[in-house]
Design a protein around this ligand. Sequence first.
Ligand SMILES: Nc1ncnc2c1ncn2[C@@H]1O[C@H](COP(=O)(O)OP(=O)(O)OP(=O)(O)O)[C@@H](O)[C@H]1O
Length: 208
Amino acid sequence: MTSPTILQATDLSFNYPERELFNKLTLAIPAGVTIIRGGDGRGKTSLIRLLAGEQKAHSGQLAINGIRLDEQAGQYKQQVYYVDPRTEAFDQMTVPEYFASVRARFPGFDDAALPELLEGLSLTPHVEKKLFMLSTGSKRKVYLAGAFAAGAVVNLLDDPFASLDKGSINFVCEVLAQFAEGGEQAWIASFYETPPEIPTTSIIDLGD
Ligand SMILES: Nc1ncnc2c1ncn2[C@@H]1O[C@H](COP(=O)(O)OP(=O)(O)OP(=O)(O)O)[C@@H](O)[C@H]1O
């Protein structure tokens, strides 16, 4: 059975002045887990930012469940969970305050999932800290926990294993494996190599 398309990209073109990245790229991303794989500098981060609506394509169209970014940007972005791992925008929030900000954006936020997510990602000792006090890995784990709880239609995870301990990587694999089993959410994660532990619905290969 083929899953219905959640995110449709049509004829997407995007280049940096000295680097051609995407030329009329068309993608039909279904529910489940889609891996963006590619070597250094192949454009994984750029593609994630384009799909999130954070980076404007030079031409082409994006739509989530028929809602087009160029026509209804607000409604398109309301369906997307994406956090730039380098952002300092949430640094002054505690972990619960960060989750409250995610809850405010996504009506399907799953409060009941939080204790298991915090435990599985070894975040429990850090919950009262502000984000700027956390290590790079712990901060990334807070953003991942936010994604897993948010209930967004489209979830974009840029290199979700980066800076994570082995136990947390295993936990991320387990959670993504659950999301791979259908549902109505698209999980789009970039990796240098396709992780064999995660059952994938589709692969976008940007080459080596
Ligand atoms: N703001 C920018 N201006 C110009 N070139 C850029 C910019 N951002 C990225 N690039 C270049 O575009 C290419 C793609 O970058 P991108 O970060 O999307 O790739 P990536 O696959 O995520 O790479 P990596 O795995 O190394 O993070 C790289 O060659 C990078 O140097």
